[in-house]
Design a protein around this ligand. Structure first.
Ligand code: BDR
Ligand code: CA
Length: 315
């Protein structure tokens, strides 16, 4: 069993990942922490609370950061996940669930300190909450069992960026936070575009889920309509990228991806701002700024067929 804090900006693929976590018997969900990203923080928090109401999970929802750690204004593009973050489906007015009163980064620290060595943090939005936790409690990182993120792009399978030619969205949204998270002393796995853009749920597959997976299948179908329409229009893709769900699946099926290990840094300046670079452990070059960075794992490839089958079975 994995004890998991899910840090998320729901978000269409965030919501599909959360439903998958709830369906995975090996996952013990300790909390859902919201972060800005696919929508404003009020919206992503509302969506997490809505999902708690609608699908009835026990874990608390805690509100996180409203923008990047630098204090810059958040830039939010409603064209992918919709203005309401869930593909502009109709949402109920009244939501009964209430958030935990602590800020998300405090909740993360408290939960980890209560169970040293046991907690996995699955982070699939901008890494602001994790960086705030590191800033507030610099000694807590080694107490975390491991961190798995959806984020970054390292050039495998030809993938580098989805917001700019160099940067993936979660890193682009808060590069300073991401770099602090990569610099910290915890074992981290980055599931980036190299694997997630190879992991597409086609329309036919989503229709089968709709017809065979009850309320969760219908919900996934509904929220993915606008998202699929967007990527069909701009990239000619049939279906949706399962970015965050692949990171969620990694928790209990790590064999789905191939990996490489090495220290990771984020480009903070210039036109490649937000680019992630890994120095493979097999190479010793690069001294300027790489010193003292521990090795992390990145996904370099994925068995997409096996992932789709795993996701379908769980749902
Ligand atoms: C990531 O950015 C967000 O839009 C998605 O939810 C995913 O976490 C993909 O780059
Ligand atoms: Ca996300």
């Amino acid at each position: 069993t994995r004890h998991v804090i899910f840090d998320t900006d729901p978000g269409v693929d965030d919501a599909t990942a959360l439903l998958f976590l709830l369906a995975d018997p090996q996952i013990d969900l300790l909390g859902v922490t919201s972060v800005w990203g696919n929508a404003h923080i009020e919206t992503t928090t509302r969506n997490a609370l809505f999902l708690k109401d609608r699908f009835g999970f026990a874990a608390p929802v805690t509100q996180g950061a409203a923008g990047p750690i630098t204090g810059a204004e958040p830039e939010i593009d409603p064209s992918i996940h919709g203005g309401n973050g869930l593909g502009d489906i109709e949402l109920p007015g009244g939501i009964a669930a209430r958030p935990d009163p602590r800020p998300a980064h405090r909740f993360i620290i408290d939960t980890v300190r209560a169970r040293p060595g046991e907690v996995t943090i699955l982070a699939v939005g901008p890494l602001t909450n994790l960086a705030l936790a590191l800033r507030e409690d610099p000694d807590f990182a080694p107490l975390v069992k491991d961190v798995v993120i959806m984020g970054g792009a390292f050039g495998f399978n030809g993938h580098l960026g989805n917001v700019t030619p160099a940067a993936e969205a979660n890193i682009w949204n808060d590069p300073e936070a991401a770099d602090a998270v990569f610099a910290a002393d915890w074992p981290l796995v980055a599931i980036g575009l190299d694997a997630t853009m190879e992991t597409i749920m086609p329309t036919r597959y989503l229709a089968d889920l709709r017809d065979e997976a009850g309320a969760i299948g219908e919900f996934v179908w509904d929220i993915t309509r606008a998202y699929a329409g967007f990527y069909h229009k701009v990239m000619g893709v049939d279906g949706i990228f399962a970015h965050d769900s692949l990171a969620a699946a990694y928790l209990t099926a790590p064999e789905l991806v191939s990996t490489r290990s090495g220290a990771i840094r984020v480009v903070l300046e210039g036109f490649a701002r937000g680019q992630t670079i890994q120095r493979p452990d097999s190479r010793s070059f690069g001294t300027d700024g790489w010193e003292g960075r521990r090795s992390h794992t990145i996904a370099t490839d994925v068995d997409a067929e096996a992932f789709l089958e795993f996701y379908r079975q769980r749902m």
